[in-house]
Design a binder for this molecule. Sequence first.
Ligand code: BDR
Ligand code: CA
Length: 322
Amino acid sequence: MTTPTIPLFLDCDTGVDDALALAYLLDVPHVDLVGIGTVSGNIDSTTAAVNTSALLGMVGRSVPVAVGAHDPLGGAYGGGAPHVHGVNGVGGVDLPAGVAAADDPAAELLVRLARSHAAAAAAGAGAAGTRKLDVLAIGPLTNLAVALELEPRLPELIGTLTIMGGAVWEPGNVSATAEANIHNDAEAARRVLTAGFDLVLVPLDVTRQHRFDDADGDRFIAAGDPLRVALGTMLHRYIDFYETVDHVRRAPLHDPLAAAIAAGEVAPTVRETPLDVVTDGAEHGRTVPVEQGPAVRVVVAADAAAADVIRNRILALDAVPA
Ligand code: BDR
Ligand code: CA
């Protein structure tokens, strides 16, 4: 039996683990990456688009990349995470020049693709190739919140929204209670998590359980092509950071794990609960289980082979030779 093709929109803040997630997705034959939006998080949204386009160019792939929000809702971008992802977002690794970005802003591209896929799915009534758009968000949720403002029916128009973000029953990574993507735009996160999407949340609770180590970086570099040499080099630098906080040379697979769950290649164990997001005070950005509201499928564990699945795809991806 063949796996149905998933038309997927990726929203990202590229980012070392975003880059690994993208490389993984590009090798999944049943994922059709139809558009990418960028948002400020690990790096500003314009540089994130440059990084994303460069990575696509390194494997000769063409996907529309739309620059999204520079600032979080009602605030100003705080300048990213150079201590984690390097000054250019990709561990300080020099990538070749990226191709030009799409004309639409990210939220508009997302809405346009959501509408067109929903219309095709309705017209095709389940026929092959007619399916609603799925969305994978691995950065702050500003573009999703803007898209919701532009199109309040977005939760009905798309299929599943998978989000890497939050720390639900475990500690945060930018404060005792908050995870970076949610913390960077807590207001947007609150709107998205309570909007009624068919929503899978992949929080730190599970992403810290699945990691790459230096041997993975070495394997990527040994492949010898520009993309994998770049990914391996940035992974070693990402591990340098995680060693300072976790005291092991192993980096969590935050975004790649969310990608593998969105692609249906890694089985998640979920707990369902409505969630709210704290938008002020010391717990700003905390994702809190509540009694009322739309249920969110919070991933608390994932298939033990997740890192193998992700590594093997990154190693198998068709490369443009050096
Ligand atoms: C998330 O924040 C970013 O630094 C990573 O790319 C990931 O999306 C982890 O908290
Ligand atoms: Ca990210």
